[in-house]
Design a protein around this ligand. Structure first.
Ligand code: SF4
Ligand code: SF4
Length: 136
């Protein structure tokens, strides 16, 4: 079984492809939409948690690539600028997935991007604007 959080970036040309339907019906995958902004004939994005048997997952990804949709792991879209982070901990209070947490021994704030859902709550909560999003 493979499960990944990915970001799909749609262009003005492919924003209306029925990709979720195809992923479920043709590739036996299950999904959870974590965040989305899909607007008619505009650049759009969708954050998905996608799961399924390894071979089906691979075929599903190949299908997505053929459609021209850009796929990225969530780690590429939500990032922390470590030069700006002052380890104040404000983001840990709002992060719903536990991606941002305090290491109690060192009192450093750790960012585990593999747990991130792309909700962006940390962006507004961060006083020095160390958390950054490339989602459109
Ligand atoms: S976007 Fe920020 S608040 Fe949301 S899950 Fe990711 S790290 Fe946590
Ligand atoms: S809120 Fe910003 S500065 Fe404070 S710990 Fe989180 S990322 Fe670092």
């Amino acid at each position: 079984m493979t499960s990944k959080k990915i970001v799909l970036h749609f262009s003005k040309e492919n924003w209306n492809k029925p990709i979720v339907y195809r992923l479920v019906k043709d590739f036996n995958l299950s999904f959870n939409i974590l965040k989305a902004s899909v607007l008619p004939k505009q650049e759009s994005f969708m954050v998905l948690e996608l799961s399924g048997p390894k071979a089906d997952f691979k075929r599903g990804m190949e299908y997505l690539l053929q459609t021209g949709i850009v796929i990225e792991p969530i780690e590429k879209d939500i990032a922390r600028d470590d030069q700006k982070c002052i380890h104040c901990g404000a983001c840990t209070a709002v992060c719903p997935t536990g991606s941002l947490y305090i290491n109690r021994k060192t009192m450093e704030v750790i960012f585990d991007s593999s747990k991130c859902s792309g909700c962006e709550l940390c962006i507004k909560a961060c006083p020095p604007r160390a958390m950054e999003s490339r989602l459109v």
